[in-house]
Write a protein that binds this ligand. Structure first.
Ligand code: AMP
Length: 604
């Protein structure tokens, strides 16, 4: 496939805000794509070069890209930088400067999808002496063969900032349209923006969407799903397997107002469990091999090396995938520690043993996705839980099945909830006993009940350069939630909860601790935020700065108010930062519908 076809598609997608039109455009390209290129194409459409579960990252900074554009267009780095300041988008800068150059030289070699893919992949594996120059060469080589439009998207891809507004839902639907559109008689009425079907096939369409979604849930790989459909048809989806060692998305939960509301949502009898304030771990065991993934599907096996032994000694199963919450334990009093104390273990690359001693974790197992090679996603929760009880050799402080009560009695439920709060937990989870495990969705199969206002997990999209004693630091951060199509919508600004700077009189010892606790509330300083955000700047206007959405923070607030000042239509009163949420993927930040829901809830 020619890369130009993909660049055209990107351009259409970027200019079309309507999801149905985007889906149609993608489907038309998928129909023509050979099976052998399906995986690459789907990755490109997701804006990534490596599959979700891969540990490899492109990791190229804007400064390097800038030099590559300079090399390919025969301009100086200064000129590129000035141009970039105007466009706020290096992709666009490359496009415009390539256009000027192309008129002069008219040089153009055909770029294939594979060539672009290979060069960008090489960026990740190029290391050591001279690697910066080699990376610049790899990008510049693509740019010299590229049309201006191709150049624009090559650069955005390298920077992992595609801006085409396509979510997984649209890609999944496009796969259904591409492979079943004909037999369904599916027609998109572009004027009314609605789907028409040949008689009665709307239900068939919905069923197919569900089947494709299930294929995606267990493989976590849209490319594999599309390739399978292309080569083996619908039955082929049965060959997709949940594989130990390959993480899948975790099930998410909604919020209930109170116990009564929770019972109403999940039905009775229900399972009520302690809600542990740690972080989510998906543990895969096969024989003597153990792998640990976060909810972002990052592989953190090394950072939690001590857990391998715990799993091998306490889990009686040859092969298993467990869904757990790892909670920090205070070595002195054996009480649970707040999340931020152990969050620093997630990205740890050195002193791992020391950290494991200082901040040991207890694994609370609350779900089971497969057991001895059998996929259990479609089995009722009660059955999954009974296997957990059977195979986990509980040892408090190391590993236990999540503390649970099964009841239909609201009074018993309330009592358990109070007991959880007294024990220092943040609340309870109330779960349906008959529900299946639905990866990646915030379904009502389980709900959380907490006494406090729900904090929001929001992404930082803007800020202001500080003045006076805050000069040189980024301050006043604009926060955004996300709508169903993955657009980021501002919902307020936060400037409090950050420390001015780390206390100067800290002793050496204290300093070491502070280093350990970089992620905790106490040490989220303006300086830390500035360091994290500076490489993500996409545009500056006076003191105003805009970022690629990447840094997620958890914020508390007094109230949600309606407000025309922000894109979401809502604003937060007195927001303050609680912590950085670098364990969360962007896809799991607070959604606009959640903001709306919390807004309504607080009025009751
Ligand atoms: P929240 O992050 O507030 O939406 O709450 C849901 C999270 O609570 C899950 O993603 C888990 O990480 C965590 N959690 C703690 N205990 C449990 C439990 N018993 N069952 C399910 N999730 C739990």
């Amino acid at each position: 496939m020619r890369y130009a076809e993909l660049a055209e598609l990107y351009s259409t997608l970027e200019q079309t805000p309507k999801r149905l039109l985007k889906t149609k455009a993608i489907a038309e390209v998928l129909v023509k794509t050979p099976g052998s290129e399906m995986s690459t194409l789907l990755l490109f459409l997701e804006g990534r070069i490596f599959p979700i579960s891969s540990e490899e990252k492109i990791g190229v900074a804007a400064k390097l890209v800038l030099r590559a554009i300079a090399l390919a267009t025969g301009r100086t780095a200064d000129e590129i930088e000035k141009h970039w300041k105007k466009t706020g988008d290096l992709g666009m800068t490359a496009e415009q400067l390539l256009a000027k150059k192309k008129q002069a030289t008219l040089q153009h070699t055909l770029l294939t999808l594979q060539k672009v893919f290979t060069n960008i992949q090489k960026l990740a594996s190029t290391e050591g002496e001279g690697s910066v120059d080699r990376k610049i060469q790899l990008i510049a080589e693509l740019l010299t063969s590229a049309t201006p439009l191709e150049g624009k998207y090559i650069i955005r891809m390298v920077l992992e900032d595609l801006r085409i507004g396509v979510g997984e839902g649209a890609l999944r639907d496009a796969i259904v349209w591409a492979f079943f559109g004909k037999e369904l008689g599916l027609i998109l009425n572009e004027e009314k923006l609605k789907l028409d079907f040949a008689d009665g096939s709307r239900e068939k369409y919905n069923a197919l969407v569900k089947e494709v979604q299930q294929g995606y849930d267990i493989s976590n790989d849209l490319g594999e799903v599309a390739k399978t459909l292309k080569e083996k048809g619908l039955q082929g989806l049965n060959t997709l397997k949940l594989t130990t060692g390959k993480p899948i998305k975790v099930m998410l939960f909604q919020k209930a107002k109170d116990m009564e509301d929770a019972f109403k949502t999940v039905g009775t009898p229900a399972a009520i469990e302690y809600k542990y304030d740690g972080f989510r771990m998906q543990v895969h065991k096969k024989g003597k091999d153990v792998l640990i993934f976060t909810r972002r599907l990052d592989n953190v096996t090394q950072a939690f090396a001590e857990i391998k032994k715990v799993i091998l000694d306490h889990v009686k199963a040859e092969e298993v995938i467990l869904d757990c919450e790892a909670v920090g334990i205070d070595v002195k009093n054996k009480k649970y520690l707040p999340f931020q104390m152990i969050s620093q273990r997630i990205k740890r690359k050195y002193d791992i043993e020391k950290m494991a001693e200082k901040y040991p974790v207890e694994i609370n197992v609350f779900d089971l996705l497969s057991y001895n090679g059998k996929n259990l996603l479609h089995e009722p929760f009660a059955d999954r839980r009974s296997i957990i009880n059977k195979i986990i050799k509980a040892e408090p402080g190391k590993i236990i099945p999540a503390h649970q009560l099964v009841t239909s009695d609201p009074k018993q439920g309330e009592k358990f909830y109070k007991e959880a709060l007294r024990a220092g937990l943040e609340g309870v989870m109330v779960k349906s006993l008959t529900a299946v495990y639905q990866p990646g969705s915030r379904v009502g199969f389980g709900v959380k009940v907490k006494p406090t206002m729900e904090n929001l997990d929001l992404v930082i999209v803007g800020a202001e350069w500080g003045t006076g004693k805050r000069a040189g630091w980024l301050t006043s951060f604009t926060l955004a939630c996300q709508d169903d199509d993955g657009n980021f919508l501002s919902v307020g600004k936060v400037g409090t909860g950050f420390k001015e700077k780390e206390d100067e009189e800290d002793t050496e010892n204290k300093k070491e601790e502070m280093e350990d606790e970089k992620n905790t509330k106490e040490s989220v300083t303006f300086e830390t935020m500035t360091q994290l955000l500076k490489p993500l700047i996409t545009k500056e206007k006076g003191r105003e700065v805009f970022f690629k959405p990447k840094i997620i923070i958890e914020v508390a607030y007094e109230e949600i108010q309606k407000s025309p000042s922000y894109e979401s239509g809502y604003a937060l009163r007195f927001p303050r930062i609680l912590r950085l949420r670098d364990d969360k993927p962007l896809s799991e930040i607070t959604t606009l519908s959640q903001v709306e829901e919390y807004f309504k809830e607080q009025k009751k």
